[in-house]
Design a protein around this ligand. Structure first.
Ligand SMILES: Cc1ncc(COP(=O)(O)O)c(C=O)c1O
Length: 419
């Protein structure tokens, strides 16, 4: 019996139920992978109608599911986009070949020569490069937000950005990679509204929600225009795929879908199938990883060789950051940084003596990963910008997985003896 639509389902349930109807595939409990690059038309007349619907949104096939060529869309992509939109509480979603393909589509769609963009800092190194190295070649100027909880600072940076040209985008990543720095999402949305009311052009607010996965932070409900997620991380969850999603209002997602067709950055059928499947367990995986992270972060914070741990749960009561986390997040995440006394030599000594914990970039997988931020993920970020973002030469980023926490503690304890 179909679900009674009068009883709304929670996102954790939608992560399992939405996007796929077994009746569409012989009752198969789980979806098939549609490994095809092209789709056969019933007739030339139907082909014309399908193309009219795709390009103009009119004609007898308008609004009906129909596929043309897998770069435009395919059934596994449609299933995943439906599920991602349902989980994020958005009207529509677009899924790309990677998180950076998703970020790039937003930048290309919304920036024009002369425009300015504000972005939180620190921010993932690839996004930093997109806005500070690539987009300036097309005439757009980027400025950083260094304290995402300070309204005066954000307003001042918006003024500086407006001095360069219309403010088209405010891109925030919260918690941020790698230090888990916090940006107040509702505050940024309010400032975007103020800029819009004053200048006649409201900047779009984009939130990269990769770090807390879809359940511990709900950017769409907080008013952002586009919610971006690297599905490679917690949503994929097993360090075996690359994918990126954007959710938001249909009117903002549809142009991104058209752009994706031109760029050729759609997500392939098998990867979509893997992400659809992984979304079913992201809630429970995240819960376990977050519980482990609290245990590991507590051990590291209390160790004499560790100068500090930027774990969200340790933010001091009474600080603006703590107030924002308490208001905006329902979990503290499982990716954070530890800062060792000393610099690169001490960090490398720790990393090279870890046995269970693997040295690798990326995060959100079932296994615990560690990397030295300054020489890996943020290698290409100028040293002064890294320092401004709180990344020292003794900073190591940890993505805590779902192993037994005692084994993780034992590994860190023995490795720290070599520092
Ligand atoms: C916060 C954040 N956003 C975006 C990306 C880019 O995602 P992808 O590697 O899927 O392109 C990453 C990658 O590490 C990230 O950490």
């Amino acid at each position: 019996m179909p679900h009674d639509p009068a009883l709304p389902l929670r996102p954790e349930t939608l992560a399992i139920t939405s996007g796929y109807d077994p009746a569409s595939a012989w009752g198969a409990a789980k979806p098939p992978v549609y490994l095809t690059s092209t789709f056969v038309y019933e007739s030339a007349e139907q082909a014309k109608a399908i193309h009219e619907a795709y390009f103009r949104g009119t004609g007898p096939m308008a609004g009906q599911p129909a596929y043309i060529y897998a770069r435009l869309s395919h059934p596994n992509l449609a299933m995943l986009e439906t599920r991602l939109a349902a989980i994020d509480g958005a009207e529509r979603a677009a899924v790309f070949a990677s998180g950076m393909a998703a970020h790039s589509a937003i930048a290309i769609q919304h920036l024009r020569p002369g425009d300015s963009v504000l972005h939180s800092r620190p921010i993932y190194g690839g996004t930093e490069g997109l806005y500070n190295q690539l987009m300036p070649r097309f005439g757009a100027t980027a400025l950083p937000i260094l304290d995402g909880c300070d309204g005066d600072h954000i307003r001042a940076q918006a003024e500086r950005a407006l001095a360069h040209g219309p403010l088209a985008l405010i891109v925030i990543e919260t918690p941020a990679n790698p230090t888990a720095a916090i940006t107040d999402i509702a505050l940024v949305v309010a400032i975007a509204d103020e800029v819009g009311a004053r200048t006649g052009r409201r900047p779009l607010v984009v939130c990269d929600n990769t770090f807390l996965a879809p359940f511990a932070q709900r950017p769409i409900a907080l008013g952002v225009d586009l919610n971006m997620t690297s599905l490679t991380k917690y949503c994929g969850g097993h360090s075996d795929l690359l994918s990126g999603g954007i959710s938001g209002r249909a009117g903002l997602i549809e142009p991104l879908l058209q752009l994706r067709t031109v760029l050729g950055t759609h997500c392939d059928p098998f990867t979509c199938w893997l992400v659809l499947r992984s979304l079913e367990s992201v809630a429970v995986r995240s819960e376990r990883a977050m519980a482990n992270a609290l245990t590991v972060a507590t051990f590291l914070r209390d160790h004499p060789k560790v100068a500090g741990v930027t774990y969200l749960g340790f933010l001091a009561e009474g600080t603006p950051q703590r107030a924002v986390v308490d208001r905006q997040c329902s979990g503290f995440g499982s990716t954070f940084s530890l800062h060792l006394h000393g610099g690169e030599a001490q960090a490398f000594a720790l990393l090279d003596h870890l046995h269970l914990v693997k040295q690798a970039v990326s995060l959100g997988g079932s296994e615990t990963l560690a990397c030295h931020s300054a020489t890996t993920t943020h290698y290409n970020v100028p040293a002064a910008d890294r320092a401004a973002g709180g990344i020292t030469d003794g900073t190591i980023r940890l993505s805590v997985g779902i192993e037994h926490p005692d084994d993780l503690i034992a590994d860190f304890a023995q490795a720290l003896e070599h520092v």
